[in-house]
Design a protein around this ligand. Structure first.
Ligand code: SF4
Ligand code: F3S
Length: 265
């Protein structure tokens, strides 16, 4: 990243489980320290920053004005829309709550890029699963502009850090029809799966733990886009099928309702 200014970033965590920032901290190419010192200038993050309360809110107000049109807004989590967004408040002033709905709408209009990290922020995900009492939705349903969706439950750190690196080095990456970088979501899991020869020979597993293709157990690999089979997880050593569990389609627009039940008995 030599000779490049760092990418100014405002990161809002909304309704989610926090799994995506934990996944992000597991980045290995590059390691987290290098991401913070060479790649991104983290101007505000209600997860990573030390400031709280009024002090944190004034930082957000200042940096969003100073870097208007130049910062990348990262949203982690779905946005509750019901009851004017009252099911997630990112801050409170003397007189009112500032909801995630209001903050994302306002910051989304001011940002150069908007990146949704994880399936909740991208498409609603588990936060918007039935019965979705909070009326939660992905960032794309809140903003009237392009959102770069880096889906996954959680995201693979390479997909997210790689997207930020692309924004820093080359600008906007090519996106698929769901707004995801084709670099990482260009092929189905099924296409490169190590059990593909079993599928082609119609040789299917009868139970979890069998070595054959798990399509018979509900594997979603044929309709799920991600590079898990060769990028892999946990420092690039394994991934669901290698660990004997079907792909449950965690990067999909309809995850998890469209994947349930996860295993076909
Ligand atoms: Fe495709 Fe899943 Fe079978 Fe792998 S295990 S070949 S992804 S259906
Ligand atoms: Fe998710 Fe399927 Fe990869 S469940 S982690 S997209 S193998």
């Amino acid at each position: 990243f030599h000779n490049k200014k760092k990418l100014p970033v405002i990161w809002l965590e909304t309704n989610d489980s926090g799994d995506n920032n934990i996944a992000f901290m597991n980045t290995t190419y590059p390691y987290l320290g290098r991401v913070f010192t060479e790649m991104i200038d983290l101007l505000y993050s209600n997860t990573f920053m030390a400031a709280q309360g009024r002090g944190a809110l004034s930082i957000l107000e200042q940096v969003s004005e100073t870097y208007k049109g130049k910062f990348t807004l990262i949203v982690e989590g779905a946005i509750p829309k019901k009851d004017n967004g009252l099911y997630n408040a990112i801050a409170r002033t003397e007189t009112r709550f500032i909801t995630a709905l209001e903050a994302v709408t306002r910051l989304g209009e001011m940002a150069e890029y908007v990146v949704a990290i994880g399936t909740c922020a991208s498409f609603g995900g588990p936060t918007a699963a039935r019965p979705n009492l909070t009326g939660s939705a992905g960032v794309r349903d809140v903003l009237d502009r392009e959102v770069i969706n880096v889906s996954g439950c959680p995201v693979n750190p390479d997909w997210f850090v790689g997207t930020l690196a692309h924004l820093l080095m080359y600008g906007r990456p090519d996106l698929d029809k769901l707004g995801r970088p084709t670099l990482f979501y260009g092929f189905t899991v099924h296409r490169h799966c190590q059990r593909r020869s079993y599928f082609d020979n119609k040789d299917f597993a009868k139970k979890l733990g069998d070595i054959e293709c798990m399509f018979s157990l509900g594997c979603m690999g044929p309709r799920t886009s991600a590079d898990c089979p060769y990028r892999q997880w946990i420092n690039h050593v394994s991934w669901p099928v290698k660990a004997n569990t079907p792909c449950i389609g965690c990067t999909n627009e309809d995850f998890p309702d469209g994947s349930s039940p996860f295993f076909t008995p």
